[in-house]
Design a protein around this ligand. Sequence first.
Ligand code: ACO
Length: 223
Amino acid sequence: MTTSADIKVRQVTASEADRLMTFLLEHYYREEPLTAGTSPPEPTADDKEFLLSNIPYGTCFLAEAEEKEDQGNDSRRIVGAVVAGPKDAGAPELMRQEAAQHAGSKWGRILDVLSAAENGSDVCRRFSVPSSLHVHALGVNSELRGQALGARLMEAVAQKAREQGHRLVSVDCTSVYSARLVQRLGYELVHTLRYADHLDASGQQVVTPPPPHESIQTFVLRL
Ligand code: ACO
């Protein structure tokens, strides 16, 4: 049995993009409320490409379990991951442009709601800082939840943000579970966007995540 004590958190390297994506497809995208709340269920190539584009910043981390196999060999498997990247005061405008460019697709609907959250939270201007390290995705193996792996991954991001000179870590929590987690870590809530209130031109909800998820809550940690 794997316990959190056997699990190490470390930076993702450039050669691990495929392993990281295999993990995210199984343990992040299937449940992440924006992905689950738009059809078709599979994330688009643009979405996956965007997440992987953050690896070169050195701001993505994985939690890896080392396990002894029957023959005595060691095997390592990813059991958690966080993807983060820098942003600055240009983020709301950039997100608006990206959302318009992808309008009509699943990724376009996701960007549309993320853009509205970005516009409402506008964290760099709100806190008068030049940049924030923004968390784009957080996932933990469904069998290993509740062991603070998500918290350890978020702490690795905060440590990297300090090293890189960012004054904030920000995160749009699309899930009630990630929102509770960051609140326990001392993050401040700065903005809430209810899914039921974000409608398209024809009055339809842009994303319809399953219960218990009701809103995107944007949180920050001031460093
Ligand atoms: N479904 C049901 N219960 C859950 C879930 C879940 N998705 N996540 C956590 N819990 C429970 C845990 O089992 C634990 O219960 P316990 O107190 O009875 O033991 C409790 O909530 C606290 O769990 P945490 O330790 O805070 O959560 P953990 O770090 O293990 O996982 C995470 C949180 C990473 C958000 C996880 O739910 C997950 O991977 N979800 C799927 C992907 C997702 O939605 N990610 C967040 C989107 S927002 C963003 O990515 C920025």
